[in-house]
Design a protein around this ligand. Sequence first.
Ligand code: GLU
Length: 128
Amino acid sequence: MCGIIGYIGENKKASEIIDLLSMLEYRGYDSAGLSGYSGNKFELIKEIGPIDNLRAQISSDMQVSNAIAHTRWATHGASSIENAHPHRSSDGKWILVHNGIIENYKKLKNGLKTVPTGQTDTEVLVQY
Ligand code: GLU
C-alpha cells in the first residue's frame, strides 16, 4: 500500500521530506518520488527500489516549498521510473499522487486528448 507525505510551507530541506516518507516504508512499496517547488520550478524526482535510491538523487542542501512525496505499490503498470509517482500533466500545471485503484481508468483514458506516457491507472487523472 502506498504512502503519501504532503508539505505546505516554505524552504524545507528535501531530505527531511524523504525522512518523513521513510516512516511509511513499513507499508511496502516498489518505487518512490518527490516533487516540490525549488529554484523557480517544480522539481520531479523519481526512483525505483529503496527510498535511499531517491535520497541519492537529491543534494543534501536542496530545499523545497509545497512538496509532495509518494511510495508506490504498483497495481497497474510495471515498477519503473516512468510509472512512479508523482505524475505531472503534460502542460506542467498539475502534479498528482494517488493511493489505490481507478477501476474505470481505461474508459477515462479513451477520452483524453493527451496520451499518457506511462501505464498506470493514475495518469488518467492528471492528463486531459
Ligand atoms: N494504482 C496506482 C499505481 O499503480 C497507485 C498504486 C498505489 O496505491 O501505490 O500506480
